[in-house]
Design a protein around this ligand. Structure first.
Ligand code: NAP
Length: 242
């Protein structure tokens, strides 16, 4: 049994990743920001699959909260280490650059990019010592292509892609892999305000994707089978941009 941390595991893509990894019998640590009811629901669903886990509330954009929560977890779970990390928590605060407020820029960079450093720095040492680790960063089509109205989000996700490739080379010799998964349009709360009937016209597959379709590749990248894949960015976008 491996210990898995999924940031933003309470809903959407994060929940689907928790369930996919529970299928493998792993112990799932479900991080969330404020939606405890949904996080509890994820944990219930993990248990229905015969696996187990726990909730771990912290704000990924706060260095202090991340360190307190993860150091606290390590102290209470002596002998165990988190060997699989899915860096999934993310937010959107769209605005045209001309109108973008400082806090819209900073909140998105803090949550979607700075969290990379805070969470990984707390966990990477144990992965290196144990000579096994899987880090999967959930990025976005927006970070590859750039999307108008999302300069903050595109910048954060592009930054995460660069950081994924750099870290992959730093830790490869210790059998720790670092990859990114780049979804296109996926049906979750994050895209609830988008009109699928209109946007689907530009997607070659003619539809939004499901969280489970993202979780499938996350599950593979977390597995032993993916041992020679690192520094990769894998698109899950219905052919929208490849
Ligand atoms: P979602 O349904 O809005 O869920 C967001 C999740 O992130 C929730 O679990 C939320 O926790 C958590 N979260 C937000 N801010 C947090 C913080 N500061 N600290 C800890 N947790 C935080 O989003 P989603 O669509 O599943 O997106 C998941 C990831 O996929 C994000 O990184 C997003 O950028 C990326 N993505 C999504 C799409 C898409 O089309 N949906 C496309 C490309 C990339 P609470 O429940 O407590 O609020």
């Amino acid at each position: 049994m491996k210990h898995v941390l999924v940031t933003g595991g309470s809903r959407g893509i994060g929940r689907a990743c928790c369930l996919r990894l529970a299928d493998e019998g792993h112990y799932i640590i479900i991080n969330y920001l404020s939606n405890k009811d949904e996080a509890e629901k994820t944990l219930e669903m993990v248990r229905e699959k015969g696996s187990d886990g726990e909730l771990l509330k912290f704000d990924v954009s706060s260095q202090q909260e991340v360190e307190n929560a993860l150091n606290g977890w390590m102290e209470t779970h002596e002998g165990a280490y988190i060997s699989i990390l899915v860096n999934n928590a993310g937010i959107r605060k769209d605005a045209l650059v001309m109108w973008m407020k400082d806090d819209e820029w900073q909140d998105v960079i803090n949550t979607n990019l700075n969290s990379f450093l805070y969470v990984i720095r707390a966990l990477i040492k144990d992965m290196l010592i144990n000579k096994f680790g899987r880090i999967i960063n959930v990025v976005s089509l927006s970070g590859q292509k750039g999307l108008p109205g999302q300069a903050n989000y595109s910048a954060a996700k592009a930054g995460m892609i660069g950081a994924t490739k750099a870290l992959a080379q730093e830790v490869a010799k210790k059998e720790v892999t670092v990859n990114a998964v780049a979804p296109g349009f996926i049906r979750t709360d994050m895209t609830r305000d988008m009109d699928e009937s209109q946007l689907k016209a530009m997607i070659p597959m003619g539809r939004f994707g499901s969280p489970e379709e993202v979780a499938g590749i996350v599950g593979f990248l977390a597995s032993e089978e993916a041992s020679y894949i690192t520094g990769a960015v894998i698109n899950v976008n219905g052919g929208l941009y490849t």
